[in-house]
Design a protein around this ligand. Structure first.
Ligand SMILES: [Zn+2]
Length: 114
């Protein structure tokens, strides 16, 4: 018996691949988008410490894997939902890229100043 999404007011079934997250595909993508926005905010200045950065990198690839896994598992999805999955993957990729860029800018600046 499939479990229902834990998001408020949502009665959609949780796909097997997201059982640990207790979210339907749509709410999982929204959850990831929120996480990415937070990670971007925190890393925008490029002064995030290495440990925290590694934590974010691990999180980003973990979310990406979970999303791709569900999307390719044969779970039925509307075209709209497929588009959402793709745009969330793009958000994950851009968040990772922005983080790397901010860190690079900061280390270049440190070299320049120091
Ligand atoms: Zn839901």
């Amino acid at each position: 018996m499939a479990e229902n999404c834990s998001a408020k007011g949502c009665k959609i079934n949780v796909p097997a691949g997201l059982a640990a997250e207790h979210l339907c595909v749509m709410h999982f993508t929204l959850f990831i988008e929120n996480e990415c926005a937070e990670m971007r905010r925190e890393t925008a200045l490029g002064n995030t410490n290495h440990e925290r950065q590694m934590e974010f990198i691990t999180k980003i690839s973990g979310r990406g894997e979970a999303l791709v896994h569900v999307a390719t598992s044969g779970f039925p999805m509307s075209d709209e939902l497929k588009a959402r999955v793709l745009s969330t993957l793009l958000t994950l990729m851009n968040t990772r890229e922005n983080m790397d860029r901010a860190a690079m800018r900061q280390s270049a600046l440190r070299r320049f100043v120091g």
